[in-house]
Design a protein around this ligand. Structure first.
Ligand code: TXA
Ligand code: MG
Length: 318
């Protein structure tokens, strides 16, 4: 019988034994293992059915602890880490020898972040190794934002799930690195570009890689529900699909009512941050509902809007 709860000692015992633990973070739940134990890391790839070319993020307890595993190669990355950690930011840095190649898929850089969740921070402080943790979903499916999502999908494959409640950001971390002296963003995520640019000046977006990804969250089809998702004007899409059962996601309430389906509002307040918190659990709800297709509208391109739209695009039928 799988355990799910708040027992840090149980999580620590599992991790020390090289087993997998579902961990809460502010972004999404992670599927964690001792990053310095190659067998344990291999187990993550197998459990998620994840291709070996898709490297993992190293989760560490503090800015200071990064130096054990990686080299700060640009002061701007360090400035960002100091300002936004713990938080939804991942930095790519040259790795040190102690980080196994399997974690970085053979790349010379390692992705590192300090997650902002008291349970996982507490856990990391008590361990003498970092945690490799991708999102705790089967490869390509929607990331989990509640412990229950992890239990449903991977429950029989993990040793323990730390239940930290609903993730307060709801979409994955923003990934940044440096290339030819320029700060590049490889994955849009829970930290907006505006916040990054306010801190260190302008950055380059480098997210159109799909076959040999720096950040395979950038694969063309990712984050996808099982049912077909169409994105655009929901009124038009709904009238084209009058014969089907629909699950419709709108940003704010526009009074749209349907006889052949439900309408779910991502944020009554019109906040992209609130929309991010709801996005993945609504997509799961849609998959579990009796709807045949899912319709969604684009969000405004402000704050977390671009990161949400990026996920909608990758999840949609094109
Ligand atoms: O918010 C998050 O980042 C969550 C939580 C659990 O921390 N994790 C997450 O992990 O989203 P995952 O594995 O689903 O996505 C991590 C992304 C992948 O697309 C991966 O390719 C990229 O980070 N990445 C990891 N290491 C990298 C490296 N060495 N070079 C380039 N990209 C890397
Ligand atoms: Mg993922």
């Amino acid at each position: 019988m799988l355990s799910l709860g708040l027992n840090l000692d149980a999580a620590i015992s599992c991790l020390k034994a090289g087993l997998l633990v579902g961990i809460p973070t502010e972004t999404v739940y992670g599927l964690a293992a001792n990053a310095l134990n190659e067998q344990a890391v291999l187990h993550i790839f197998e459990t998620k059915n994840r291709p070996h070319f898709d490297p993992l993020i190293l989760h560490v307890p503090s800015v200071e602890s990064v130096e054990k595993y990686a080299v700060w190669n640009d002061n701007r990355l360090r400035v960002l880490a100091e300002k936004f950690w713990p938080g939804p930011l991942t930095v790519l840095l040259p790795k040190k020898e102690c980080v196994p190649h399997i974690v970085t898929s053979g790349l010379s850089q390692v992705a590192v972040r300090v997650p902002d969740h008291f349970l996982t921070l507490n856990l990391l402080h008590q361990l003498d190794f970092p945690l490799a943790a991708p999102s705790a979903n089967p490869f390509g499916y929607i990331s989990p934002t509640k412990a229950e999502h992890v239990r449903k999908q991977l429950g029989d494959k993990v040793c323990y799930i730390l239940d930290g409640g609903q993730c307060k950001v709801g979409i994955e971390s923003t990934i940044v690195g440096v290339e030819n002296g320029e700060i590049c963003v490889y994955r849009l995520g829970g930290l907006s570009i505006d916040e990054i640019e306010l801190c260190i000046g302008s950055v380059r977006l480098s997210m159109n890689v799909s076959s040999n990804p720096k950040a395979p969250g950038q694969l063309k089809n990712h984050y996808a529900p099982l049912k077909p998702l169409f994105v655009g004007s929901v009124k038009e899409l709904a009238s084209l699909n009058r014969d089907k059962k629909l699950y419709v996601m709108v940003f704010q309430d526009s009074g749209l009512k349907l006889e052949n389906g439900v309408v779910r509002v991502l944020s009554e307040q019109g906040s992209t941050k609130e929309a991010a918190v709801n996005l993945f659990s609504f997509l799961r709800e849609a998959d579990e509902s009796d709807a045949e297709i899912i319709l969604a509208e684009w969000l405004p391109q402000t704050e977390l809007g671009p990161a949400i739209n990026d996920r909608l695009k990758r999840a949609s039928v094109r």
